[in-house]
Design a protein around this ligand. Structure first.
Ligand SMILES: Cc1ncc(COP(=O)(O)O)c(C=O)c1O
Length: 374
């Protein structure tokens, strides 16, 4: 389903002028941080946000609506979405006391930075998902970025050197990485995670793990300072719901939970997610189909002359072009919206392309081959 742009609302003249003055009370760190870099563009084929191309299954939508109708909308929901915590615990085979639920894993990124980053360190890689750095900047964490290797893998020695400089702080890693789609070897990941002493909170963001066949649960279970982040926004096809969760030891989870505002996940979201967790079979089937399509697309684009499609273990891949602005426009003119990544370190010329439906992928392949032949 494509969304319709919201109508523009006319402001009475003069209002903006009266309030458009710098406000000294805003902390310098917030002022200095750029806004989240996203400009909504409407296009027929939306391959720019790594969402599921398929909506939540219709039968489950109907069940979810019935469940919503059963709930009391006039009452506050569970304080910390306890029922949902328990269902996620069952699904993940994880103690519910180690599950923290928030409206999207973006919120968890902020809260983890509040928990271990304010006035302390954030150690991350570059390029990476921009939210980690934006939150750290706004919250006044001391950010260190270790560049990825040329193949986009973790620079194990570089990260170990930074960890040895000492915490406390937050180490953030994504498996598979965003926006590159690279999945580290178990030994590289373990070497970095093990090098983080107990004064680091080790965050492993697994937003795309269903597409990579990886699962860091065993690694996280080994020590109390490790946490895995997961989301309903990708393989579950529920980005519109805004729901993510953390899996951690009970002490870390209890402290993280303190930072979550009361009644943070609304009753309607809880109802839909409960239905999803009662019928999770579609997630795996769809993830397998996406992986199959991803490999097909990458195979079809393997012989490019001027462009290059990078391998990926996620539901997106990077496309290196001679001119990202031109390539973005070229694809948009054919109805295909992808995301520019060319301003990120190491990613000059790169676009990030989500895997869509078979028909969308066919269109994409055709357009990329045409662009390559120009
Ligand atoms: C690596 C990574 N983590 C977290 C998120 C945010 O997920 P959510 O929709 O749960 O806030 C994204 C979204 O694109 C992502 O790419």
């Amino acid at each position: 389903m494509t969304s319709v742009p919201p109508p523009s609302v006319a402001q009475p003249p003069g209002d903006a002028d009266r309030i458009d003055q710098p406000l000294g009370a805003v902390r310098a760190e917030v002022r200095a941080t750029p806004a989240y870099p996203f400009t909504p563009i409407h296009a027929p084929f939306k391959l720019d946000q790594n969402e599921s191309a398929l909506d939540f299954p219709l039968t489950l939508r109907k069940l979810a609506l019935e469940r919503m109708m059963e709930r009391d909308w006039n009452r506050y929901p569970d304080l910390h979405a306890e029922t949902l915590q328990a269902r996620i615990g069952e699904y993940e085979n994880w103690s519910p006391a180690g599950v923290v639920v928030t409206p999207g894993s973006n919120v968890l990124i902020k809260l983890l930075t509040e928990m271990g980053g304010i006035g302390q360190r954030l150690l991350t890689v570059q390029p990476t998902f921009s939210v980690y750095e934006l939150e750290a900047q706004m919250l006044g964490a001391n950010v260190t970025r270790v560049p990825l290797r040329p193949d986009f893998g973790l620079d194990v020695e570089g990260l170990k050197r930074e960890l040895a400089e000492g915490g406390p702080g937050v180490l953030s890693l994504i498996q598979p990485h965003a926006p590159t789609g690279f999945l580290d070897t178990e030994s590289d990941l373990r070497a970095v995670v093990d090098a983080a002493g107990d004064d680091w909170i080790v965050v492993i963001d697994e937003a795309y793990h269903q597409y990579s066949g990886s699962n860091c649960r065993a690694l996280v279970l080994e020590r109390p300072n490790r946490v895995s982040l997961r989301t309903f926004s990708k393989a579950w096809g529920l980005a519109g719901l805004r729901l993510g969760y953390a899996l951690a030891g009970t002490d870390l989870a209890a402290n993280l939970q303190k930072l979550v505002s009361a009644f943070n996940v609304n009753a309607l979201t809880q109802a839909v997610a409960e239905v999803a967790l009662e019928h999770p079979g579609y997630v795996r089937a769809r993830a397998e189909a996406v992986v199959w399509e991803r490999e097909r697309v990458l195979r079809e684009l393997s012989g490019l002359k001027r462009l290059h499609a990078y391998p990926s273990r996620a539901n997106f891949f990077l496309l290196l072009t001679p001119d990202a602005e031109y390539a973005h426009r070229f694809l948009l003119e054919r109805g295909l919206l992808v995301r520019r990544q060319d301003k990120l370190p190491m990613l000059g010329g790169c676009l990030r392309v989500s895997i869509g439906t078979k028909e969308q992928n066919d269109l994409l392949i055709g357009a990329v081959l045409e662009l390559d032949a120009e």
